[in-house]
Design a protein around this ligand. Structure first.
Ligand SMILES: Cc1cc2nc3c(=O)[nH]c(=O)nc-3n(C[C@H](O)[C@H](O)[C@H](O)COP(=O)(O)O)c2cc1C
Length: 260
C-alpha cells in the first residue's frame, strides 16, 4: 500500500506563506502565547542534547530602543515581543565546573570552534521553531542580524557573560503590513543531486532569468521602486563593510578559542 500525503496541510501552508514582517500592530502578545512560543523553541533539536542556547526576552523599552539604534532599524523597538538568541556554553561550563571539570584546562572543549558553531546551529533552530509557531498563530516576525552591527555594544547591553555570544534577534507581533512573498530562486540551482555541480554556467544562466523576477518585487521598506536584480544585490553584499560584525575578536573576548 502506498501512503498518500496531504501536501497542503497547515504546517506546509504556514511555511510556504512565511515572509518577513517589519510593521506591527500595537497589540500586546498574551502571556499564554509567549509561553507557548518559548516552549516550542525549547523543543527544537539540540546537538548532543547540550541545549547550548538561551534567549533574552526584551521587555524594557529603553533596551529595545538601544537595540533599534544598534540595528539601525526603528521597527525593532516597535515589536510587541522581542528576543535576542544567544549561543550559550556559559550554563554548561557552570554545570561541568560544579561536577569538578577544570574549565581552565586544555581538556575543556566547550569553548572551542566546534561547540561554537553547533551552539549557533542550536540557537538558530530554536529561533526558527519559534518563528514558525508565531506565523502559525497569525503573528509575523522578522529575524534581526542587524543587532550584530556592533557586537561589543550588544554584549555590554545584554550583560552577556563569558562563553555566550549573540546570534540573532527575533521581533514578533501582529502584522500591520501585507508584503508580497519574496521570490525564491529555481530549486534546481539550490538543490543538487549527490555532488555539487562542477560548473557555474547553468546556474548563471538561470540567475539571469531570476534577476528579472526579483526586480518585479516591491519591498515595503522602499515602495517607490522595484528592488535591485538578485545578482546586483549579491554583488553589493559581497563587498559590504562587515567590520562591526566580525566574529574573531568579540568571540575571543567572550572566552571562545575559535582556533581550536
Ligand atoms: C540570518 C538573518 C538575518 C536577518 N537580518 C535582518 C535584519 O537585520 N533586518 C531585517 O529587516 N531583516 C532581516 N532578515 C530578513 C531577510 O532580509 C529576509 O528573510 C529576506 O530578505 C527574505 O525575505 P522574506 O523573509 O520576506 O522571504 C534576516 C534574515 C536572516 C535569515
Amino acid at each position: 500500500m502506498t501512503n498518500t500525503y496531504d501536501l497542503h496541510n497547515l504546517t506546509i501552508e504556514t511555511l510556504l506563506n512565511r515572509r518577513s514582517i517589519r510593521a506591527f500592530a500595537d497589540e500586546e502578545i498574551p502571556a499564554d502565547v509567549v509561553a507557548t512560543l518559548e516552549t516550542v523553541a525549547q523543543h527544537a533539536a539540540s546537538s548532543q542534547y547540550l541545549n547550548d542556547w538561551s534567549a533574552i526576552r526584551i521587555t524594557d523599552s529603553k533596551v529595545a530602543a538601544r537595540l533599534a539604534e544598534i540595528g539601525g532599524q526603528p521597527y525593532i523597538a516597535e515589536a510587541p515581543l522581542l528576543y535576542v538568541f544567544v549561543l550559550d556554553e556559559h550554563r554548561n561550563a557552570s554545570i561541568a565546573a560544579a561536577k569538578g571539570v577544570d574549565v581552565d584546562s586544555d581538556a575543556f572543549t566547550l569553548n572551542g570552534s566546534y561547540r561554537y558553531s553547533q551552539a549557533q546551529n542550536d540557537a538558530v533552530l530554536a529561533l526558527h521553531a519559534m518563528e514558525t509557531a508565531a506565523y502559525s498563530l497569525g503573528l509575523g516576525c522578522v529575524i534581526l542580524g542587524s543587532l550584530l552591527n556592533d557586537v561589543d555594544a550588544l554584549i555590554d547591553l545584554l550583560k552577556l557573560p563569558k562563553l555566550t555570544y549573540p546570534v540573532l534577534g527575533l521581533a514578533i507581533g501582529r502584522p500591520a503590513q501585507e508584503p508580497a512573498l519574496k521570490p525564491r530562486m529555481p530549486r534546481n540551482i539550490q538543490f543538487f543531486e549527490n555532488a555539487y555541480p562542477q560548473s557555474s554556467e547553468d546556474m548563471l544562466t538561470t540567475i539571469a532569468d531570476f534577476d528579472g523576477v526579483v526586480h518585479q518585487y516591491y519591498d515595503l521598506r522602499n515602495t517607490d521602486r522595484p528592488v535591485d536584480a538578485f545578482s546586483d544585490q549579491i554583488a553589493g553584499n559581497a563587498v559590504a563593510d562587515m567590520t562591526g560584525r566580525t566574529v574573531g575578536k568579540p568571540a575571543a573576548r567572550q572566552g571562545f578559542r575559535l582556533d581550536r
